[in-house]
Design a protein around this ligand. Sequence first.
Ligand code: PXL
Length: 247
Amino acid sequence: MVDLAYVIAGSEATGGAGLQVDLKTFQQLGVYGVGTTTCIVSFDPKNDWGHRFFPVPADVIADQIEAATAAHNLDVVKIGMLGTPATIDVVAEGLEKQDWRHVVLDPVLICKGQEAGAALDTDNALRAQVLPHATVVTPNLFEARALSGMDEITSVDQLIEAARRIHDLGPQYVVAKGGVELDGEDAVDVLFDGSEVTLLTAPKVGNERVSGAGCTLAAAITAELAKGASVADAAARAKDFVTAGIK
Ligand code: PXL
């Protein structure tokens, strides 16, 4: 039997992030991927290639979820970029229609094509409606600050504190990513399971943020979970996979 994984996420026109990367990651890790598109992101050459954001209508998202879940026995899902409160409503409803072995939430909070006001509503809706369904949530440093309500995260100890606070919001496991954003030789991510903290550490590959690294990490965790790995093993393998990809 082939292992299946589902992803509900946005299309990103360069193929460097989003749904396309998620499906490619599933395939590379030997998992058959099924995708639902929440939004279409492209870029404006006249505005320094700033994000253009086009949400897929909520009823069209509902139809895709209905078809995907009718056609396949899906029990592991990754949630990527949602982008609007209306999309969050329909995805939360879709998640509630069946039981999931794992819901991996990459809490993509901000897209530069969105207004700040709309983004705040979206953050709040994500926290209230989707985060409680997540078994694993994978915030980057910015998202960890927003979700935990902490003013600053400049050390691994603070990242651990953020992971603890985010755990209190409902998810069973938090993978809080320091990546290249914290000082030091290593890219350190924190896995917190509600009692134990595990550090996922790899030497930094340069000091630039790499587009799509976060999508790839969450997708690789999802693929490994689909194959039956524990969350700790899935997170460790995903870290290796992303580090190799960045290299
Ligand atoms: O990397 C975050 C991300 C996720 N999903 C989509 C995106 C982006 C960033 O541009 O466009 C669809």
